[in-house]
Design a protein around this ligand. Structure first.
Ligand SMILES: [Zn+2]
Length: 369
């Protein structure tokens, strides 16, 4: 851990982010979109991954956040509560925190923004049933990550990007390929957001009204209703994709309707903007502290391969972040973190004891607003 710091430019950043996607409690489309173009070459490495060209940049600044347009449950099993679910038994309750048998480890080289001829959306296949998508820095400096998790009955998309990309075309293309590979005729797509900030929800509207697609609203009421959370944020529930159980954990603090997802398929925890290698903007500090503790408790007895957020803002130098708004990320920190980062964050915010300050750790920066 490194000493607290509050350089003048950071104060300015704090003011700036108040206007950007990840600070306010509502939306706010980040600016700094630069031209995007269709791409050619794949990044080096890229073991299982492939990239998708999404050439035409259609600005999509429509406000998709406010409405609670939950189009309803994704058919039968949405929203079963924690305790009940029959299907939990196999891999969710017999774990004792042992190292998972199989963890994703084929991480790609993410585009660093230096070549804007690369595709707007980089698609990486993590495993047979899991895809990780990243919006390019060239199309928006927030460069958020999105997750596509396939079960046998439905596929869940977490987040839709910061706009200015053809995210729906990219996602449906992956789905089509998956259906072909699995000899399946169709699958329901459920679009949810890690939280309601604009840099994660701008593409929601592109999925509205599409066949076999449910778009969950972004407010607490819509999220609670869809997943069947009766006691927000204390109650954790499960959501079954079909032979793939997700635990939905309410984690307000960065933003009021933020959720984490523990995925029993990949044995990883999706933490959105609440924990990632970057500046962890905290709007409601006491609530955030409780949310981090809730996540730590939840995964205590679960195998946790990785802790996966939705941005990277740290460099590979410990404690060092890219300037706010940077559109290139040379020597970018890896996206994946571990459960030890989660406990480090818990202890870090708890130690502030009601007097939050900006504090840089090696792999993230606690950043109260
Ligand atoms: Zn955010």
């Amino acid at each position: 851990m490194i000493l607290s710091r509050r350089a003048p430019h950071r104060i300015l950043f704090a003011a700036l982010v108040g206007l950007a996607g990840c600070a306010g409690d509502d939306d706010g489309g980040p600016a700094a979109a630069t031209g995007s173009s269709d791409g050619a070459t794949l990044p080096a490495d890229d073991s299982a991954g492939s990239t998708n060209a999404t050439p035409s940049a259609t600005p999509n600044d429509g406000e998709t956040t406010a409405s609670g347009e939950s189009t309803g449950r994704g058919s039968d099993s949405a929203g079963e509560t924690t305790t009940g679910s029959e299907t939990t038994a196999d891999d969710s309750t017999d774990s004792t925190g042992d190292p998972p048998s199989a963890c994703a480890d084929n991480w790609p080289q993410w585009n660093d923004g230096s070549d804007c001829g690369l595709p707007d959306i980089q698609v990486h296949q993590v495993s047979d049933n899991t895809f990780l998508l990243r919006q390019s820095l060239c199309s928006n400096f927030e460069a958020p990550f999105m997750y596509l998790l396939f079960g046998t009955q439905r596929v869940l998309l977490q987040d839709t990007g910061a706009g200015n990309i053809e995210i729906a075309a990219a996602v449906y293309s992956v789905i089509d390929d998956w259906l072909t590979a699995n000899n399946q005729a169709s699958i329901e797509l459920v679009v949810v957001n890690s939280h309601g900030h604009g840099d994660h929800t701008q593409g929601n509207a592109m999925f509205q009204g599409q066949p076999n697609t449910v778009v969950v609203g972004t407010g607490v009421a819509a999220v609670s209703s869809f997943f069947g959370i009766n006691n927000w944020p204390q109650e954790t529930v499960q959501y079954d994709l079909g032979d793939r159980m997700l635990d939905i954990i309410a984690i307000p603090g960065h933003q009021s309707s933020h959720i984490a997802i523990y995925d029993h398929g990949e044995n990883w925890l999706l933490t959105g903007d609440t924990l990632y290698p970057g500046r962890l903007y905290i709007a409601d500090f006491p609530t955030y502290v409780e949310s981090i503790a809730r996540m730590v408790e939840h995964v205590a007895d679960l195998p946790t391969c990785n802790v996966m957020g939705t941005h990277v803002e740290m460099t590979t130098t410990a404690g060092d972040d890219f300037p706010f708004g940077a559109v290139t990320h040379p020597s970018e920190h890896a996206l994946q973190l571990t459960s030890s980062h989660l406990t480090e964050l818990r202890d870090g915010v708890a130690a502030m004891a009601g007097a939050p300050v900006i504090e840089a750790h090696d792999d993230f920066i606690i950043y109260p607003l």
